[in-house]
Design a protein around this ligand. Structure first.
Ligand code: 5GP
Length: 203
């Protein structure tokens, strides 16, 4: 007998990729075309960039407050990325999964691998789909990092070297999406989520 279909089922959509690939822009567009998705807002010790707003883009914390939260097990995962610390608050994710919502998490490759580990050992009781966003070419990635003008030249070069190293892990992901155009990358991710939604209902 076929399994009875559930009506909804929550899971995580973990989006990773090298710095400068345009993750935040693609995620912002994804939330516009798929408004029922929930977005996890990370905590960071990085100072806000111009236009970034506390609690909307990140929870901007001092190192002292960040490590207080680490001590209290408030993060699903946390990592040092470049010079700063970043962490995914666990409470929001657990609450949204409990409500059967789909939660988007944007993390670096260390974060994605830590989330995978927690799911594998059943510390987080939900499934996740891992999506790796790549640039159409390394030249385009270098161009995008420089165009952003939020980092100094040395920082851009550092991020570029890190990005090339990060590209080596992409085969560990469930899906690889090329960010050629923001709209098309967001639509590809939307299609992936729709497929995963169907699969989650059958499990
Ligand atoms: P940015 O400083 O450019 O906003 O982010 C730098 C890197 O940190 C990006 O690769 C971004 O995906 C990653 N990042 C953002 N939030 C988190 C998080 O909560 N955990 C981890 N591990 N990485 C994060």
């Amino acid at each position: 007998m076929p399994k009875r279909r559930k009506t909804r089922c929550g899971f995580l959509v973990v989006i990773s990729g090298p710095s400068g690939v345009g993750k935040s822009t693609v995620v912002r567009r994804l939330l516009e075309v798929f408004p029922e998705l929930k977005m996890s807002i990370s905590a960071t010790t990085r100072p806000p960039r111009p236009m970034e707003k506390n609690k909307l883009d990140y929870h901007f914390l001092t190192e002292k407050d960040f490590f207080e939260q680490v001590k209290n097990n408030s993060f699903l995962e946390w990592a040092q990325v470049h010079k700063y610390y970043y962490g995914t608050p666990i409470k929001y994710i657990e609450e949204e999964i409990e409500k059967n919502n789909i939660v988007v998490v944007e993390v670096d490759v260390q974060g994605a691998s830590k989330i995978k580990e927690k799911i594998n050992i059943n510390q987080l009781k939900c499934s996740a789909v891992f999506i790796f966003l790549i640039p159409p070419s390394v030249d385009i990635l270098a161009f995008r990092l420089k165009r952003r003008k939020t980092e100094k030249v040395e920082a851009v070069n550092y991020r570029l070297r890190a990005a090339i190293a990060e590209l080596q892990v992409m085969e560990k992901y469930d899906y690889i999406v090329v960010n050629d155009k923001v709209d098309s990358a967001a639509q590809k991710i939307r299609a992936i989520i729709n497929v995963e939604k169907e699969k989650a209902l059958l499990n």
